[in-house]
Design a protein around this ligand. Structure first.
Ligand SMILES: [Zn+2]
Length: 269
């Protein structure tokens, strides 16, 4: 009888709540592309991939797992009181698919020589703001959708543009229609607003500790560079500027240079 009651409890728990918290307060199971907030005692140090992870004064930290992250994440915590603990956390794979995109104007598939320089500068500008290592702690907030609509492109899809294979899709595409309002899914600071050749009207928001988000192909930007935004504040409108075959928001998340899947925190693949 005891066994039956335990079984029922397990079924109820898994149906109500698909994740559990580990000893570091991180939501498990971990998934490729996700980012995870943990907490340690004040004064403890966290090492991930041989590098020290930034910790807030009250003990919070975040790690991000890239799109092809291996099956186990190893985290080392060195305790202020002495000694250390190793955590070996399972990472679930993301299921990636292949998309074919045809009908793009050839100049975007193989950009002419004269725009190569501009594309390189655009990329360098985004790289620079992704590297920002601020003390903001908005990454701890519960994320909301920046806009709701049909998912027109999944994270990590391998795209074939006009028959030529390209690098994996680094964001989630949402297509609610031209002009739909985009809001900040987390609070933060707008670190970049720029008109880019490939991604059109582009914005980057810093959420702290290396977590940033990118919004591309916007019709217009509402928030300004340097502006502090709260979760839910309007930041722009959906459009099809840059390399886009129809109006959609390309929404990307990063942990420093690592590309993350914005959908993981919202419970979608
Ligand atoms: Zn996209």
């Amino acid at each position: 009888m005891k066994y039956i009651i335990i079984s029922i409890l397990i079924v109820l728990t898994t149906s109500v709540c698909a994740w559990a918290e580990n000893a570091l307060g991180m939501k498990e199971p971990l998934k490729q592309g996700g980012f995870y907030v943990g907490k340690v005692a004040v004064g403890d140090k966290v090492t991930f991939h041989g590098e020290r992870v930034k910790i807030s004064p009250d003990g919070y930290f975040v790690i991000g797992l890239g799109w092809k992250y291996k099956s186990v994440a190893n985290i080392r915590v060195d305790h202020k009181a002495g000694g250390h603990t190793m955590y070996h956390l399972d990472v679930l794979p993301h299921d990636y698919d292949v998309e074919e995109v045809t009908g793009l104007p050839p100049k975007y598939v193989a950009p002419p020589k004269e725009v190569q320089e501009r594309i390189a500068k655009d990329a360098a500008d985004v790289r620079a703001v992704r590297a920002i290592d601020s003390d903001l702690q908005n990454f701890r907030e519960e994320m909301i959708w920046p806009v709701k609509g049909r998912i027109s492109g999944r994270f990590g899809s391998h795209r074939i543009l006009n028959g030529e294979p390209r690098s994996p899709h680094t964001g989630l595409d949402i297509a609610p229609g031209q002009g739909a309002l985009i809001v900040a899914p987390l609070g933060g600071k707008v670190t970049l607003v720029s008109d880019q050749y490939l991604t059109g009207n582009t914005m980057v928001i810093d959420h702290g500790h290396g977590i940033s988000s990118v919004y591309a192909h916007m019709e217009s930007a509402i928030a300004k560079e340097g502006q502090i935004v709260s979760k839910g504040d309007p930041i722009g409108t959906v459009g099809m500027s840059g390399r886009a075959t129809g109006p959609h928001l390309h929404w990307g998340m990063n942990w420093y240079g690592e590309r993350l899947n914005a959908g993981v925190a919202l419970g979608i693949e």
